[in-house]
Design a protein around this ligand. Structure first.
Ligand code: SAM
Length: 441
């Protein structure tokens, strides 16, 4: 007879291993998870168990500050070097006690069993057991005493957002990151046709929002290529190019292809560029599923020379991605302030090159999924101050479903994770994006 708790052991151990690789080796959770599902241990897992592994790991990353605070209340001294994954075992145990409603005896028992199977952590079984018992007994008090936003937001990010957006908004951004984001979908045809089948809400911007999704590939319309997954904010920049039907568009950083798909389905003649061959494979697969066409090119966006000048360019530049922490709670754990030193100059080189490729009257939309002004607003300010041959064509609220709060006084798009979180339109947030529209003169 297999005890019920034992069934969950492989999932806990997989979560511990993934968490260890993110926190100690700085690896991307999505990359690890996807690779594991294709080539690793998770391949043999049932879909339900994979979902459990994802939930355990992602919630631990999202609530890491609170979990560390809870554990450290009872851990008399830190684990020494060479104690294997003892700390991660404790975190995965604590997340179940504090946030995932796992029966305490099961969460504690599974943690102790996980430790028993880790040669280096085995010696800390007793400590793990004792700390988790205390966390479980005091769960309500711990949660009541904690400032979740402060504990779970990396200080360097909180400082930046406070500087940029003010203390109130910075806190609201941190608050938005505590919640699991909804699933947003962009449809190939009119979204209204899919509201009922997908049991979705139609946002003012035209995206469909699903409260709970289950497996994406099982949803109606997936196999027919009727829609693709794309955050509602991520769906805005490509539309800002305006009517591109029958016109040539260069999508300079295209993979995995969400914006390419929007442009192709709007009838544009798209050249989709990316420097990563592996990621371009995703663009091809997505286009095939959706029955859409684009010319896919493996090239460096800061040097690429098209045969003829494109009338429209979309530059969705690589960035720190701090606007997508809701969807990627590993970002604050694997990135640090140093990322800007490399990315900001690269973004500017790409921007300069994009401007040089445009013919007179050509339109460029520059965007990043970052909350940091160095990767957005400041690029446009310095480009214009440097006398680049472009002018800003301000974005109007009517182009983003009438949501005036998404448009800056300069006429750029600036979405925040806390947008659509409050009041009547409490629909569950947006990724943080910046976009500016420029015209060549
Ligand atoms: C923000 S993602 C693009 C997302 C995509 N536009 C979409 O909507 O699905 C940035 C992309 O830039 C690519 N990239 C990074 N450096 C590049 C370069 N020098 N030239 C072209 N692409 C580059 C990365 O491989 C990555 O796929």
């Amino acid at each position: 007879v297999v005890h019920k708790e034992q069934l969950g052991l492989p999932a806990r151990r997989a979560a511990v291993r993934l968490l260890y690789q993110v926190l100690r080796e700085g690896k991307s959770f999505d990359d690890l998870f996807d690779h594991d599902c294709e080539h690793g241990l998770l391949r043999s897992f049932a879909l339900r168990d994979r979902a459990l592994v994802r939930k355990l790991t992602a919630t631990t990353l999202r609530r890491h500050g609170q979990l560390v605070d809870a554990i450290d209340r009872y851990l008399k001294k830190p684990f020494p070097k060479g104690s294997g994954a003892a700390r991660e075992i404790l975190l995965i145990g604590a997340v179940q006690l504090l946030f995932l409603d796992t029966p305490p005896h099961a969460a504690i028992d599974l943690a102790v069993r996980s430790a028993d199977l880790d040669r280096k952590a085995r010696g800390f079984k007793g400590v793990i057991n004792a700390v988790l018992r205390r966390v479980s007994e005091n769960a309500d008090t711990i949660l009541a005493q904690q400032d979740a936003v402060n504990l779970n937001t990396a200080p360097w990010l909180m400082q930046r957002w406070t500087r940029t957006y003010g203390a109130d908004t910075a806190r609201q951004i941190g608050e938005a990151h505590l919640h699991e984001p909804s699933l947003d979908i962009t449809t190939k045809g009119p979204p209204e046709e899919w509201i009922e089948q997908l049991q979705a809400t139609l946002l003012a911007t035209g995206s469909l929002r699903l409260a709970s999704a289950g497996r994406i590939a099982d949803l109606p319309g997936f196999d027919d290529g009727a829609w693709w997954v794309q955050d509602a904010a991520a769906a805005l920049p490509a539309r800002l190019l305006g009517d591109t039907a029958g016109r040539s568009v260069l999508d300079m950083c295209a993979a995995p292809g969400g914006k390419t798909a929007q442009l192709a389905s709007a009838g544009a003649i798209v050249t989709a560029l990316d420097i990563s061959a592996a990621r371009l494979k995703l663009v091809r697969e997505n286009l095939t599923r959706l029955g859409l066409e684009a010319t896919v090119v493996d090239a460096d966006a800061s040097r690429f020379q098209p045969a003829t000048p494109p009338q429209f360019i979309l530059l969705d530049a690589p960035c720190s991605a701090t606007g997508t922490i809701r969807r990627h709670p590993d970002i604050p754990h694997i990135k640090e302030e140093g990322v800007f030193a490399e990315l900001v100059p690269l973004q500017r080189r790409m921007l300069d090159h994009a401007v040089s490729l445009l013919p007179t009257g050509g339109v460029l939309v520059f965007c990043t999924c970052s909350l940091e002004p160095e990767e957005g607003e400041q690029h446009i300010a310095s480009l214009l101050a440097d006398g680049a041959p472009v002018s800003r064509r301000p974005i109007d609220a009517s182009e983003v479903g009438g949501l005036g709060e998404l448009i800056t006084s300069a006429g750029d798009l600036r979405t925040l994770p806390c947008h659509l979180m409050h009041g009547e339109a409490a629909l569950g947030g947006l990724d943080g994006f910046f976009a500016a529209r420029l015209v060549k003169h």
